[in-house]
Design a protein. Structure first.
Length: 317
């Protein structure tokens, strides 16, 4: 199954020579619900994450981003979430807020989830923006623009691996005019995620993950991250992207599921000299990455006066 996972992701990279307008988050493995509405942490009733990102520190007008994501598992099959994000790039800003819904089916030790999302978005351009081409209809007005955004995804997971595919932002991937028309500067973004949990010892877990993002118009962007959970208390990660970026992440994990993660990114290569560094920091809660990854949790239930053992789908916290 591991071979199939990475084969699928490799095929995705080969078939789509596509690019991106949305921000690449280095901590995507901690914010999967933002890019895939089908993802829900089944090990706890409630969870979420808040993150801030500053890109290319030292250069003027570079992107500043923030996001939040919170979820609730109504029961084993149904989950809901609220999420939002903000991007500021020079004079242009975009804000979205909305919700996710996911339905899960179980087969064996695996879970297959289908998700959908709906967001309200606002795009705006601050005063003082210099219009290079006055005939460009996308900048015909500086008034804020509002609209609806939709997304969908699918996510397969068990206690050893996960794989997902999603299109979380079907609209609003480009600047729109006050007439509400989407112009074709950029198109839909498609995300493919995967990971394998490899437990080396009771106090060390190796957790490689990958994210592939494809959008028509520019090259595929792919990330590979070598993540480690040490002594169930520390997170350490080394990663790289196809746009010649290197990432180092470190953080603290607590027994009750809280996490504090910081990521440092720097570009390398002759063409990327002078781009500055990028920083991400997040605070969150969830157990699916940090809990005992391979234990088959069981609970005791009473049926017809007798006690029976069955596998637990999630833990009530």
């Amino acid at each position: 199954m591991k071979t199939s996972l990475f084969t699928i992701l490799s095929i995705a990279c080969t078939l789509f020579s596509i690019g991106q307008n949305r921000i690449n988050y280095n901590q995507y493995m901690h914010n999967t619900g933002i890019i895939n509405p089908a993802f829900f942490d089944k090990t706890t009733n409630f969870g979420g994450n808040v993150m801030a990102r500053k890109q290319w520190v030292g250069l003027p007008g570079t992107p500043l981003s923030a996001l939040f994501h919170g979820f609730h598992n109504i029961n084993e099959k149904h989950g809901i979430a609220v999420n939002g994000y903000f991007d500021q790039q020079d004079k242009f800003s975009q804000f979205e807020i909305g919700g996710n819904y996911a339905y899960t089916i179980f087969f064996g030790e695996s879970e297959l989830s289908f998700g959908a999302k709906m967001n309200i978005f606002q795009q705006s351009v601050q005063d003082g923006y210099t219009v290079q081409d006055p005939t460009d209809p996308t900048l015909s007005s500086l008034d804020p623009v509002f609209g609806l955004n939709f997304g969908a995804g699918i996510h397969l997971t068990n206690n050893r691996y996960f794989i997902g595919a999603s299109a979380p932002f079907l609209f609003a991937n480009e600047i729109v005019s006050d007439r509400g028309i989407n112009y074709s500067a950029h198109e839909n973004h498609f995300y493919f995620t995967g990971g394998v949990k490899i437990r080396k010892s009771r106090n060390f877990t190796f957790y490689p993950t990958t994210l592939v993002k494809v959008t028509s118009g520019s090259p595929v962007n792919a990330s590979l991250d070598l993540n480690m959970v040490i002594n169930k208390s520390f997170w350490l990660s080394f990663g790289g992207r196809t746009d010649l970026a290197g990432i180092i992440s470190a953080g603290i994990l607590t027994e009750n599921g809280a996490r504090f993660i910081y990521s440092f990114e720097s570009n390398f290569g002759r063409d990327n000299i002078g781009f500055g560094t990028t920083h991400e920091i997040s605070v969150g809660y969830g157990l699916s990455i940090f809990d005992d990854l391979f234990s088959k949790r069981k609970i005791i239930v009473r049926s017809n006066g007798r006690f029976k053992t069955r596998k637990a789908k999630r833990i009530n916290r």
